[in-house]
Design a protein around this ligand. Structure first.
Ligand code: E4P
Length: 215
């Protein structure tokens, strides 16, 4: 499973990129709004940091509006992936954009049948939101398992990006389910690095080392 970072904060992206673990970035209108910066400016800056797929989301609700936004956004950089919401209008836009060779990430996926439709429309990626399903007492990871299985059944090449990740257990379960990618918030990446036994181990090694040096 590959890792993307789920943020529009360039400092977080730089930090995660320096760790050598991420190969893409996902943003959404809420994440961009949090930064209080111009959308295009932020996306452009991200393309200078990470050399991999960078999802930028459209805000139009009609297919023609989505297509127009997508064409403009895709001019920013070859790595831009257009994030399109899972609606009937979104599917029409995906169909048109995939014919034009523009990569799409169909977002706000909450059922396996939505994921199957998105793939058939020509989506490059789908983003099932596990955390938001868990929030309403529905098993988010079960959705990922179902999508992975269905895509395998029909040799579908659309990649599954597990999104709305809240904690390291979501990452573990996404990997066990066979997801292609997990898009992980910076905070969760940091939680994944840490283990109390690692810290205790380092402390003990250093103590033992120093005790010999002082003799
Ligand atoms: C995915 O691409 C979305 O940006 C994101 O994972 C949504 O997560 P949230 O449910 O924490 O807002």
């Amino acid at each position: 499973m590959k890792f993307f970072i789920d943020t529009a904060n360039v400092n977080e992206i730089k930090e995660a990129n320096a760790l050598g673990i991420i190969c893409g970035v996902t943003t959404n209108p809420s994440l961009i709004a949090k930064e209080g910066r111009d959308f295009v400016e932020v996306v452009k800056e991200i393309t200078t940091i990470v050399d991999g797929p960078i999802s930028a989301e459209v805000i139009s609700e009609d297919s023609q509006g989505m297509i127009n936004e997508a064409r403009n956004l895709s001019k920013i950089h070859k790595n831009i992936v257009i994030k399109i919401p899972m609606t009937a209008e979104g599917l029409k836009a995906v169909k048109c954009l995939s014919k034009e060779g523009i990569n799409t990430n169909v977002t706000l996926i909450f059922s396996a049948t939505q994921a199957l439709l998105a793939a058939r429309a020509g989506a490059s990626y789908v983003s099932p939101f596990v955390g938001r399903l868990d929030d309403i007492s529905t098993d988010g990871i079960k959705l990922v398992e179902d999508i992975v299985k269905i895509y395998k059944n029909y040799n579908i090449r659309t990649e599954v990006i597990v999104a709305s990740i809240r904690h390291p257990m979501h990452v573990l379960e996404a990997a066990k389910a066979g997801a292609d990618i997990a898009t992980v918030p910076y905070k969760v990446i940091m939680q994944m690095i840490k283990h109390p036994l690692t810290d205790i181990g380092i402390e003990r090694f250093l103590k033992d080392w120093e005790s010999v040096q002082n003799k």
